[in-house]
Design a binder for this molecule. Sequence first.
Ligand code: GDP
Length: 131
Amino acid sequence: MIKPDAVANGHIGAILNDIIAGGFKIVAMKYIQLTQESAGNFYAVHKERPFYGELVGFMTSGPIVAAILEKENAVEDFRKLIGATDPSKAEEGTIRNKYAKSIEANAIHGSDSDENAEIEGNFFFSQFERF
Ligand code: GDP
C-alpha cells in the first residue's frame, strides 16, 4: 500500500517504478480513501499501541494505492525494497529512505508474512473482481 503521505507528495509513479524494477509483478491495484473503520480494521493488530489513534487518523487523511504484488520470496524481498519502518534508519536507496518523512508517514506498507499478505490482499480485493 502506498500511504497518504507518498500519494500527496506525488510519489506514486516513482514508487511503482521502483517496485517494478525490483522484479515485482502488479496483479491488482486500486486508488481509494480508507474510512476510520476500514483503517482501524486494517491496523487492528496495533490497537493496543500508543500511536494507534494517530495512525488511523493519518491513514485516512488522503487517498492510498493498494496493490497485490507477485514475486518469488515476495514478502522478504519487498521488506528489503521498502526499508526500515523508521525512514531515518532505512538503507540508502530503499523506498522509505527516498520518499518517507517520519516513522508514521513512512510512504509505504508491505505485508510481514505470507499469511498476512493473503489476509491483506483479501481485505482490499475480492478474487473475482470485474468491471
Ligand atoms: P511496518 O511493518 O514497517 O509498517 O511497521 P509496524 O508494523 O511496526 O508499524 C505499522 C505502522 O505504524 C508503521 O508503518 C508506521 O506507519 C506506524 N508506526 C510504527 N511505529 C510508530 C511510532 O512509533 N509512532 C507512530 N506515530 N507511528 C508508528
